[in-house]
Design a protein around this ligand. Structure first.
Ligand code: MRU
Length: 360
């Protein structure tokens, strides 16, 4: 795996991230120097993907502590930072998990600055190792399909970006893929473009290209056709929140892929770090808050124009309004297995508790 990460500390103890809104056309690094910068990075999708949102929020708390100390502010400043970061995006539970971890660390701290810096760094390192282990447990699934096909190419369909760009390194769904490719297994990935923000075409294609993984971009509605014609061996997606009964919220359109996979007897896997588990809720459809984003993300498309600059074009009449739900929920009954850092389990309470008994 390359040493390329999505978030890293600077020498002067700030933090830098990649501006993911500009990929794949430009690689722009953004420095976060205040907690407001971290809130903006999450809200404006400079960073995105459940684990990376959590890691950025954790560093956001460190930055707030630093501002508080440097400007001799009182604890209400830190409380404000916690509440603004909590409100930055609603669906990915890693955000709340990371903020709770930071709060816990601060509660027992003598040196706030040192503790918050180390706690944020620990969240980042934990994600790297967790994603590596998701790959270790997901790899045998790809190996088995490859063996069944006598070493022919394994065709994997994915939606959105649950790769390293959504995490710190490795990614969740890409970790088994990268590990399979490293072992010489032939893999090809069908990448859903993932309207409206095109995380598939912009981000997943970008990182698969960087890692030299064979892939083909498809429109979001192509998956069903490919599945009906035997061109997909497995589907693997990420998740922003997974409930006690194994329901998963992921980028809008995931549910339709799960239905098509079910109808065509194609295994549908969800790769997740346990930081994405929300064991406080059961019914994902009723209980997971679904983000609604600005309608202009649907009304306009962003890309590189013929002059080589990034441009935005309107794709509907000026007056047409648009709906923009960011996520949908796939009930656990459509999920073949969950792939976690501790192993593979059924998408059910019993399955999850078999791997994470401490979450009872
Ligand atoms: O709106 P986004 O780009 O933050 O949505 C990201 C996803 O839906 C990912 O699949 C999910 O966060 C998992 S990232 C490992």
């Amino acid at each position: 795996m390359s040493k390329f990460r999505t978030i890293w500390p600077t020498e002067d103890k700030y933090v830098e991230v990649i501006d993911q809104r500009k990929l794949p056309h430009e690689f722009v690094v953004v420095k976060l120097e205040t907690y407001d910068d971290a809130v903006d990075a999450i809200k404006e999708m400079i960073v995105r993907g459940a684990p990376l949102i959590g890691a950025t929020a954790a560093y956001g708390i460190y930055l707030a502590v630093r501002e508080m100390i440097e400007n001799e502010l009182d604890g209400s400043f830190l409380d404000q930072a916690f509440s603004e970061l909590r409100a930055s995006r609603p669906t990915a539970v890693n955000l709340f998990w990371a903020l709770d971890k930071m709060r816990e660390a601060m509660d027992n701290a003598e040196d706030f600055l040192k503790t918050s810096w180390e706690a944020a760094a620990a969240i980042v390192e934990e994600d790297v190792e967790t994603c590596r282990m998701i790959g270790v447990h997901g790899l045998p699934i790809i190996e088995e399909i490859s063996a069944q096909k006598n070493g022919e190419v394994v065709n994997i369909l994915t939606h959105c970006n649950a790769g390293m760009l959504g995490c710190v390194e490795w990614g969740t769904i890409t970790s088994p893929i990268y590990q399979a490719v490293q072992k010489g297994i032939k893999v090809h990935v069908w990448v859903d473009e993932t309207r409206p923000r095109n995380q598939g075409s912009n981000l997943t294609c970008y990182e698969l290209t960087r890692h030299e993984v064979d892939h083909t971009l498809i429109v979001d509605n192509a998956g069903g056709h490919l599945m009906q014609h035997g061109m997909v061996d497995m589907v693997i997606v990420g998740t922003d929140r997974t409930t006690r009964q194994g329901d998963v919220a992921n980028k809008i359109g995931t549910y339709l892929k799960a239905l098509a996979a079910k109808d065509n007897n194609i295994p549908f896997y969800v790769a997740l770090p346990s930081t994405t588990l929300d064991m406080t809720i059961n019914d994902g459809l009723k209980e997971i808050p679904i983000e609604e984003r600005n309608q202009d993300e649907v009304r306009y498309m962003i890309g590189k124009n013929s002059k080589g600059s990034i441009d935005s074009v309107l794709i509907c009449p000026e007056t047409t309004k648009a709906s923009n739900y960011g996520f949908d929920v796939t009930p656990g009954k459509y999920v073949t297995k969950l792939i976690t850092e501790r192993g593979v389990c059924d998408a059910s309470e019993a399955g999850l508790l078999s791997l994470f008994p401490e979450k009872k």
